[in-house]
Write a protein that binds this ligand. Structure first.
Ligand code: NAD
Length: 495
């Protein structure tokens, strides 16, 4: 059995230059690689294999060959193997957390270790659902047995972003595998190593070829994977722009897609809310510990005017108390932005916000003083007040530690503001009034709505948005059936 390696630098070096195809590590056919950085220092930590159409083809062929026996296996046996994947990963939570902290800049204690343990649990959860791959019988004719059955779709392509690579991979591949499909994953350029380590560990449990992982650039590696004729389903998480490209490519071969895209999630705080609880919810909801790099981030805080100033003061105090520092340090609450490109994007939005008439930028927390981190991609969290809901900063996804607090007067106004946005991924309302809460959960236009809490994605809860936030759901039994199986109708005439 592979032993954990808790030195993430050593692990990144060991995983350099490799894809995982047909049960074994394999380089790009021409030896091409690209650099991977530690965003806390700017230093190179390894070189990932730069996959292209030839690598994609090898991976898809391996997956296609392996799917035949895997899809025919008894569902319960497949489920046991997938649950065993979870047990295998549970023994490696610490190393996976450390490696993720190193390559993404997400703090180990508040983010990366938590994500690694949810990864393991997601496999256990879906492994237990194998016997639920049920169809139905239909009372059509007494002389006929008429039914539907669920069948695997074949080879599933999963294309990942960098912001929660372990969790988002698990939410795609665990249900896809349980449903009898084989998988080819394309990792994000910024975070190729954590998911590659997962792929390596799972080779101890899964039949070879069932789960393959390649790294590379979007157009050169993700493009051929999306277009490959033997890829029967594409599950994508990432930006709206790339989602559109993938949807178009899938349309060419009429392959189904699931698209988990961006968000600009409203958090409505009514005057009767428990203010301390709402402020804690704002900290968690805005994912300040992840530098705001979350599609569900509560980046539009709509606060009733009577409590607006108190809310902002308490929020500032709490964010000020958060410690920015080395993502691998246990004392750190907030790590770094993932890449120089994302860092520049956040800075651009901050400049636009600071220049807006009437806006105030409340800058919180303190940059780390350690000279070893001087080139790190740290950004102080900023809370904007005085911007209107239709301002660019309140409408566009920043994917950084930047939130806008907007005052409103009436409940009706709050609902109107919450829904005045092209994104519709998530939303929350904070109130002690049950009637208001019940009304709001129906009227907030978003795929994931909560009252008095801001929980993150759970494997048993369907998750996904509407409009510019995407198509289809991830997580849950329903999503596994809807997105990773075909329904076939069968009629047996017994006369
Ligand atoms: P991105 O769209 O730039 O990249 C995502 C993935 O797509 C990467 O693996 C990339 O290599 C690949 N890709 C890029 N171009 C491609 C192409 N032409 N063909 C095929 N694949 C291609 O997004 P990102 O910057 O990595 O991630 C951030 C975005 O992801 C944010 O907009 C965020 O909202 C979104 N996101 C959404 C969710 C959700 O569940 N809704 C979760 C996390 C992140």
């Amino acid at each position: 059995m592979i032993e954990p390696i808790t030195d993430p630098f050593a692990l990144a070096a060991e995983l350099s230059g490799k894809h995982l195809i047909d049960g074994a590590f394999s380089p790009n056919h021409a030896g091409a690689t690209f650099e991977v950085f530690n965003p806390a220092t700017g230093k190179v930590i390894g070189h990932a294999a730069a996959g292209d159409a030839q690598d994609v083809d090898r991976a898809v062929r391996a997956a296609k060959a392996a799917q035949v026996a895997w899809g025919r296996m008894k569902a319960r046996d497949r489920g046991k193997i997938v649950a065993a994947c979870g047990a295998r990963l549970a023994a490696h939570v610490e190393e996976l957390g450390r490696l993720t902290a190193l390559e993404t800049g997400k703090a180990l204690r508040t983010e990366s270790r938590v994500e690694a343990s949810v990864l393991a649990d997601t496999f256990v959860y879906f492994g237990g659902l194998a016997s639920e791959l049920k169809g139905e019988t239909i009372p059509f004719n007494p002389d006929m047995l008429t039914m539907t059955v669920r069948e695997p779709v074949g080879v599933v392509a999963a294309i990942l972003p960098w912001n929660a690579p372990l969790l988002l991979m698990a939410l795609k591949i665990a249900p896809a595998l349980v449903a009898g499909n084989s998988v080819v994953v394309k990792s994000a350029e910024e975070a190729p190593f954590g998911v590659l380590r997962v792929a390596q560990l799972l080779q101890e449990v899964l039949p070879k070829g069932v789960f393959n992982l390649i790294s590379g650039m979007g157009p050169e590696c993700g493009g051929p994977l999306t277009a490959h004729p033997d890829v029967a389903k594409i599950s994508f998480t990432g930006s709206v722009e790339t989602g559109r490209i993938i949807y178009r490519a899938a349309a060419e071969k009429l392959a189904p897609v699931t698209l988990e895209l961006g968000g600009k999630s409203p958090m409505i705080v009514m005057e009767d809310a428990d203010l301390d609880r709402a402020v804690d919810g704002a900290i968690g909801g805005m994912r300040f510990t992840r530098q705001g790099q979350s599609c569900t981030a509560a980046s539009r805080m709509l606060v009733q005017r009577g409590i607006h100033d108190a809310f902002v003061e308490r929020l500032k105090a709490k964010v000020n108390a958060m410690v920015m520092g080395d993502p691998l340090d246990e004392a750190t609450d907030i790590g770094t932005i993932v890449s120089p490109g994302q860092f520049a994007t956040v800075q651009r939005y901050l400049e636009i916000g600071r220049a807006a008439p009437g806006a105030t930028a409340h800058t919180c927390s303190a940059l780390p003083s350690d000279p070893a981190l001087k080139d790190g991609l740290f950004v102080q969290p900023v809370i904007f007040t005085g911007l209107s809901n239709d301002h660019q900063l309140c409408q566009e996804e920043i994917f950084g530690p930047v939130t806008c607090v907007i005052a409103f007067d009436t409940y009706e106004e709050a609902i109107e503001l919450a829904n005045a946005c092209d994104y519709a991924l998530a939303g929350t309302i904070w109130t002690r009034d049950l009637r208001t809460a019940m009304d709001a959960v129906h009227r907030i236009h978003a795929g994931f709505v909560q009252v008095n809490q801001n929980l993150v994605v759970q494997p048993m809860l369907p998750y996904g948005g509407f409009g510019q936030s995407g198509l289809g759901k991830e997580a849950s039994l329903g999503a596994m059936l809807d997105h990773f199986t075909h329904s076939k109708t069968i009629l047996i005439n017994m006369t």
